[in-house]
Design a protein around this ligand. Structure first.
Ligand code: NAP
Length: 313
């Protein structure tokens, strides 16, 4: 029976869940923890399933032709010299996209229906109705119109929001004003009541949302960052929130995770902190994606579309 290593530097419960599920959907293959592969077996493996792999462990697997990541974000892996630019296939699961679309809609509604403010009012026993704005008067801008961005856009449109989106390449998306390239970013920012970030973290997107760009948002705009913390200059974001230039930020991701106890985001009245949970991978559906990719490779050597190392995503 063919053996495939799972090179994973994750909690043991999570690793066991992956092993159980992958071995259930791949009955002709044995997926084993990479640590069980001896030197010869490691050198002979041509494909591995990876989850936050450690560089030391990767170094033992010298014959890999490609790796399948069980996660969507690959910003650490594209910087690993141990991979020597072999194809990284990241997790692209429609169920993951659906989950992210659901999260973006849920937290957009939270902001749109003033829930942070009503929670504050309740604490102080204030009975005060705030003006209602219909969703077609609320502009939501989505940074990144890839797999997750598209799902978010679809969910927002279904609910009646006005949606614009930004990506590297020109795109046409029904019902959406689309902007491409850095020079068009200010035009998108200037119209946003709510800005949603679903960009990958790359050399080009790190601190993309710095103080100058944050200042281009409409007064009292709100932020939802469900991508990676470092896409925002977190100090600049805090400053804009402190000064009341921004109304609220819903943050699921941070440049340091878990968020350290002394981080000011924890206590900020205009910040909602989430513990990186907007779109958790569904082990069952994701294992089926891994199975399909491995079976296609076994059948005729097809390596699924891989991350572009130069672009970083
Ligand atoms: P994707 O399909 O690769 O889409 C990325 C999008 O970002 C594309 O539209 C791309 O433009 C755009 N983009 C990348 N670099 C850009 C740049 N420099 N300027 C303008 N646009 C740029 O990725 P995805 O599957 O949607 O995932 C996005 C990110 O979500 C992941 O990288 C990961 O970090 C994060 N994530 C978070 C969670 C969570 O639970 N918080 C879960 C899963 C994933 P083009 O379309 O022109 O290429």
């Amino acid at each position: 029976m063919r053996s495939i290593p799972l090179i994973a530097n994750i909690e043991s419960d999570e690793r066991d869940a992956w092993l159980t599920q992958l071995n259930t959907v791949l009955p002709d293959t044995e997926v084993r923890p990479s640590e069980q592969f001896n030197t010869d077996q490691a050198a002979n493996a041509d494909v591995a399933i990876v989850a936050n792999p450690s560089p030391d462990e990767l170094r033992r697997f010298t014959g890999l032709r490609w790796v399948q990541s069980v996660w969507a974000g690959v910003e650490k892996m594209v910087k690993m010299p141990e991979l020597a630019e072999i194809p990284i296939v990241r997790m692209e699961d429609p169920e993951l996209a659906r989950t992210m679309g659901e999260a973006v809609l849920a937290w957009t509604l939270y902001l749109h229906r003033d829930m942070p403010e009503y929670a504050r009012q309740q604490k102080e026993k204030i009975w005060q109705q705030r003006p209602y704005t219909p969703p077609d008067e609320c502009e939501v801008g989505v940074l990144g119109s890839g797999k997750l961005g598209r799902a978010a856009i679809e969910a927002l449109l279904t609910c009646g929001f006005r949606v614009s989106a930004w990506s590297r390449s020109e795109q046409q998306i029904d019902g959406v004003d689309h902007y491409a390239g850095l020079e068009r970013l200010p035009a998108l920012l200037a119209r946003c009541d709510i800005l949603v970030s679903l960009l990958p973290l790359t050399a080009d997107t790190e601190h993309l949302m710095d103080i100058q760009r944050l200042a281009l948002l409409k007064p009292q705009a709100a932020i939802i960052n469900f991508a990676r913390g470092a896409i925002f200059d977190e100090q600049a974001l805090l400053r804009q929130l402190d000064q009341g230039a921004l109304r609220h930020a819903v943050l699921d991701v941070f440049s340091t995770e878990p968020l350290p106890p002394d981080n000011p985001f924890w206590h900020h009245p205009a910040v909602t902190v989430l513990p990186h949970i907007s779109a958790p991978t569904n082990v069952k559906t994701a294992s089926l994606i891994v199975r399909d990719n491995l079976q296609a490779y076994q059948k005729d050597g097809t390596i699924p579309p891989a991350v572009n190392y130069r672009r970083g995503y």
